[in-house]
Design a protein around this ligand. Structure first.
Ligand code: ZN
Length: 261
């Protein structure tokens, strides 16, 4: 599933090619067409959303959900077997495809963009996410650290891949209650979040099955993952990585190095 590093990679590539591009048409999944004459001002990441800023204070919000791909091609005729939306520009085409058909594309107003920002917690990479703010958020929450980190209303950007990785790096068991995390562990965890996300962006994200960058390349961070989808494999400490279900998702952790605090 595309998380902050994957969406940031896509947004970086799209911002470089789409600034000043003129939109001509949007093709919808039902075959209908929306004609929209506007120019792209910039491309921004808001949480895990890709937001195209258009002239006339309109915005296109794209979300990849779990298996979506967003590919830009200079060829306006470019398409994909699982195409959902296609935005045709004077410079080429942007195709949002998804084999599960969950990916979304919406045109929104400035007010709706504001609401979208307000619906999300502090961005994992924001300077506003200080240790003081982080420990305060942990104290106020009454849930496991695993659920806390996945909740986009608390901190936005993290998903199942990076949540499992940062908990491993900081030696915290995913089932630990947030209120039991002391300052030392909170500091370790926050550092792990910032560092892991930054490293993953440098490697253009993690590709398991579906994720591709906007130019169609694969990410490279999967080879650095220590626990995610590594159940049954030997950890550096000699223990075997465990996988455990938690409300439909999988927690991956080292039973020896990650203790419930
Ligand atoms: Zn271990």
């Amino acid at each position: 599933m595309p998380e902050l590093p994957e969406v940031a990679t896509i947004v970086g590539e799209l911002d470089a090619v789409l600034r000043k591009a003129r939109i001509l048409t949007i093709e919808n999944p039902d075959g209908g067409k929306t004609h929209l004459r506007a120019e792209i001002r910039k491309v921004e990441r808001v949480g895990k959303n890709v937001v195209l800023h258009l002239s006339g204070k309109k915005y296109i919000v794209l979300h990849l959900r779990v298996t979506g791909q967003l590919i830009f091609s200079k060829d306006k005729k470019y398409t994909d077997k699982y195409k959902r939306f296609k935005i045709i520009f004077d410079k080429g085409a942007l195709v949002l495809s998804d084999r599960r058909k969950w990916a979304t594309c919406k045109i929104i107003s400035e007010k709706e963009l504001k609401q979208l920002r307000l619906s999300l917690g502090i961005d994992a990479l924001s300077d506003k996410l200080t240790l003081a703010e982080f420990t305060d958020l942990l104290k106020r929450s009454k849930t496991s650290i695993y659920s806390f980190l996945l909740n986009q209303k608390r901190i936005s950007g993290l998903g199942n891949i990076y949540v499992n990785e940062v908990l491993y790096i900081s030696g915290i068991h995913p089932k630990t209650e947030t209120s039991n995390i002391d300052k030392k562990h909170a500091q370790k965890l926050l550092k792990a979040i910032k560092k892991t996300i930054t490293n993953a962006i440098e490697h253009k994200g993690t590709s398991f099955s579906d994720y591709k960058t906007a130019s169609g390349a694969s990410g490279g961070y999967q080879k650095f993952l220590k626990v995610f989808r590594r159940e049954g494999e030997k950890c550096r400490c000699g223990a075997y990585i465990k996988r455990e279900k938690n409300s439909g998702r999988s927690m991956f952790y080292c039973p020896k190095e990650q203790q419930v605090l």
